[in-house]
Ligand binder design. Structure first.
Ligand SMILES: [Zn+2]
Length: 458
């Protein structure tokens, strides 16, 4: 546990207040977060990687500070893109969403993003969504048209808060809709009526499906309760998605998120830029091509609200920096484990408390690594140890895994593990089990990993 300090307090930029404000959770020591998750109809893009990493870092930092964090991130498994893909590929929506949900978690695991406390699926919440839409219709805030049910945006007094625009400027900036039944171009769909043979659920307005903005408001309030702490997502979600979630909650008389956090864009995203420029098409391609830890370091090197470039050049640069950290980990492996240098830890905390100033933290880390290296070069091991421990404490807190801790695995043990993989491939379970027993008898823990038999010292 980190040492406690007086008056240290996390400050975060709240989009609703357009200012860095002190963060005070609804319940001291307990933080509730909702981060909008993916719509699962294709591989995650680079922007998905960024928001997941940004909020993973915040979650880890809150936990490091002794908070209990409930982290909810949904899976949107009903959407036009899903329906279109299923149709084009001649399979069911369920097959499409199951495939890409698995791909999503594969990518998240690879970049070290911890699984959410709960990951609600939109399709499991349709009855509650119908209930909310019905309530808004009863209140006279939502109205039915030929193709669905719409929310009358100007019924919420401060609509435009997250967009940082007045309702008049939103209205004049809105695209003129072909749907002339809408009372205003800024009104948005809560429910979409389905045609025959379309994926649908029953409702008082006939068969249909919920609008995206209704999904998140229902799931976040259900799992986290009224007035939960943090609602997060990429800055492109602030308007209209988050604005519309908030509008529904307010109209239903339920206090919504107390802090709104939005991260900056990934500027070079393979979906927008040509692959020939050396960009990654998506997150799966990135994790296949480079050390996935490099994305976390890239994210940490920039402030979370600033735009970043994620491409071959920037990931290569981050990988080179990681190599320095890994070398540090190997060189300091044999140092005695002592209490972390409190000055460095306090600087880390102060930087993070200042709206997550991770670029400053990365600077502190590399300064400390340089210091440790010079101390070790001068054989000042006792002086080096607390600093080295502090570097470890900080990288652990940020979810940055350093390689160099692995004990050397002797060649004969590697060879046994290799023979076991061959036996498994040949479905020779008897031999595979015998080899596992032999490894265990020699003091190794044996695990089956994606890349084959993994061993580590017991
Ligand atoms: Zn959402």
């Amino acid at each position: 546990m980190p040492a406690t300090t007086v008056a240290a307090m996390l400050h975060l930029f709240d989009t609703a207040r357009a200012a860095v404000v002190p963060f005070e959770p609804r319940q001291p020591g307990k933080v509730s977060m909702y981060v909008c998750g993916p719509t699962v109809y294709g591989p995650p893009h680079l922007g998905h990687g960024r928001f997941s990493l940004v909020f993973d870092v915040l979650r880890r930092y809150l936990e490091w500070g002794g908070n209990e964090v409930t982290y909810i991130s949904n899976i949107t498994d009903v959407d036009d893109n899903i329906i279109n893909r299923a149709r084009a590929e001649g399979r069911s929506e369920d097959q499409v969403t199951a495939e890409y949900e698995a791909v999503w978690y594969e990518a998240m695991d690879a970049i070290g993003v911890r699984r959410p406390t709960a990951a609600p699926h939109a399709t499991a919440y349709v009855p509650q969504m119908v209930e909310l839409v019905d309530q808004l219709v009863q209140y006279g805030i939502a109205y039915e048209t030929a193709d669905g049910v719409y929310f009358q945006a100007d019924r919420v007094e401060d609509y435009g808060l997250l967009a940082r625009q007045s309702i008049d400027s939103l209205r004049s900036g809105a695209r003129i809709d072909t749907n002339d039944e809408k009372r205003s171009p800024i009104d948005f769909a809560l429910w979409k009526k389905a045609g025959p043979d379309e994926l649908s659920w029953a409702s008082p307005w006939g068969p249909g499906r919920p609008g995206w903005h209704t999904e998140c408001v229902v799931m976040s309030l259900d799992l986290l309760g009224d007035g939960f702490d943090i609602h997060g997502g990429g800055q492109d979600l602030a308007f209209p998605h988050h604005e519309n979630e908030r509008a529904q909650s307010i109209a239903a008389g339920r206090p919504f998120a107390r802090y709104w956090l939005h991260n900056g864009f990934v500027e070079v995203d393979g979906e927008k830029m040509s692959k020939s420029l050396g960009n990654f098409t998506n997150l799966i391609e990135l994790i296949g091509a480079v050390d996935p830890r490099s994305y976390r370091l890239l994210v940490l090197r920039a402030h979370y609200r600033s735009p970043i470039d994620v491409d071959r050049a920037s990931t290569a640069d981050a990988s080179a920096a990681l190599a320095r950290l890994d070398t540090f980990a190997r060189k300091t492996r044999a140092l005695p484990v002592v209490e972390a240098d409190s000055v460095l830890i306090e600087r880390f905390r102060a930087a993070m408390d200042d709206d997550l100033d991770t670029p400053l933290v990365v600077g502190l880390l590399f300064d400390a690594v340089r210091q440790v290296n010079s101390l070790l070069a001068a054989d000042e091991r006792v002086e080096a140890a607390p600093l080295a421990s502090a570097v470890r404490t900080i990288t652990d807190a940020l979810g940055l895994v350093l390689h160099g801790d692995e004990q050397e695995i002797p060649p004969d043990v590697r060879s046994l593990a290799g023979r076991r993989d061959e036996a498994r491939a040949a479905r020779d379970w008897l031999l595979a089990d015998a080899l596992r027993d032999q490894l265990q008898a020699e003091g190794w823990l044996v695990e089956d990993s994606a890349s084959g038999t993994a061993v580590r010292r017991r």
